[in-house]
Design a protein around this ligand. Sequence first.
Ligand code: HEM
Length: 459
Amino acid sequence: MDFSGTLSILLAICITCWLLLPTRRKKNWSHLPPGPTPVPLLGNMLQVEVKELIKSLRKLSETYGPIYTFHLGSRPCVVLSGYKVLKEALIDKAEEFSGRGDFPAVQMWSHGNGIVYGTGERWRQLRRFAISTFKNFGMGKRSMEERIKEEAQYLVSEFRKTEGKPFDPTFFLSCAGSNIICTLVFGERFEYTDEKFLTLLNLINSNWKLMSSTWGQLLFTFPKIMRHVPGPHRQIYKNYLKLAAFVGEQLKMHQELLDPNNPRDFIDCFLIKIQQEKNNPTTHFNDETMSKTTVNLFFAGTETVSSTLRYGLRILLRHPEIEEKLHEEIDRVIGPHRSPCMEDRSRMPYTDAVLHEIQRFADIVPMGVPHTVTRDIQFRGYTLPKGSGSVWARAWPSWSCLSSSRPSCRTSPSGPWWHPRRSTSRPSPAAWGASRGPTSSASFPAEPHPGCPPRSAPQ
Ligand code: HEM
């Protein structure tokens, strides 16, 4: 069936469902911030360009201010727009805004389990466990830094094979980014020609693409209906199952070879934790949470890193003057005879600032991952009810300090790489921004530094 045929059937189903829908939701949501008037069923979808949703939401914030309600189909979503309101919500009221909003493409598979799409006490414990395990590996006998350096060597040797001819680095960057997560999570890296590894990369890549496609957007907007409509979006669920099957094989292999005194990777640590908690009837550590959490880490850490690197290279191609300054700092601090290491970072403020700016500018997860409130709260004079609905938070970065020579623009705060979606101890604004990456500009000044040029998009 072609796309328009499917769409007609979809519309017919939608209209029927809408006519049959009870109005109970409206009661809870009657004190939401004002926003554009929704039409039945489609909400505000006709008032935005679906392919440019971010731009449209930003435009709407010019009319409705930093907090407004946007209807995604029949689901009301609260959009937080701008630095101040974001800080108030995600930092000052971190706990209240720490719920995870609807993300239908993944929830079909995760059912709220795991870290990224989890919520409540289970999420809290899994997250704490993952952070401390990763920290331990960072300090362990074979540190994270060593693993990254080793992978960088493989990457460089692939680049060298091209002998200075033009080439597309996408594939190699994906392999390298993914391999770092693989060594951390599975305890092994894969050759760039390994069939299984390539299948995994394809699954991840395909899901990112599907989630960003028109079908993915339809699923996001009309989840209850789209779940039952045939189309490529259903592949997202199947791909997750395949990823989980691969992780399942790894879990089995790890169980057979586990040495509780010598954990090799994240999975070993999880297995040990399951053992330790086996007599706790309320434990959240079991095979199911281990599988979901592992897939989360693998999925969240693979494409994000390689896309950022790819985008970084592209930005530098467009800004040779920045590349030149980077080279100057690299030559001066590191020189030609050794690999860079973490200790160099504090002596390389320009490179550090450029990397942060690339993350902010690249904005590779433009919609972020929606949040929700964990209880009914009063916020800026409105009542945001717990339960259904999502909160989208955007800081709309709109200026660039990349080409500035001002010293204040060449330094940036450093912070942990982990994302403090919902922390039990509140992160400092600097740590928040630095680790939240491109969805927030909180690590950057709320206003452009005087004299800094406005941001311009890469061509
Ligand atoms: C440049 C690279 C990356 C970008 C741009 C990025 C982006 C994001 C964003 C936007 C979120 C949602 C935060 C929120 O709740 O508001 C997130 C969450 C998450 N990311 Fe990343 N990420 C990157 C790298 C990684 C890596 C390397 C890993 C793991 C190995 C990872 C694991 C996670 C996890 C587990 C969460 C869920 C945190 C929680 O909900 O508590 N990410 N990431």
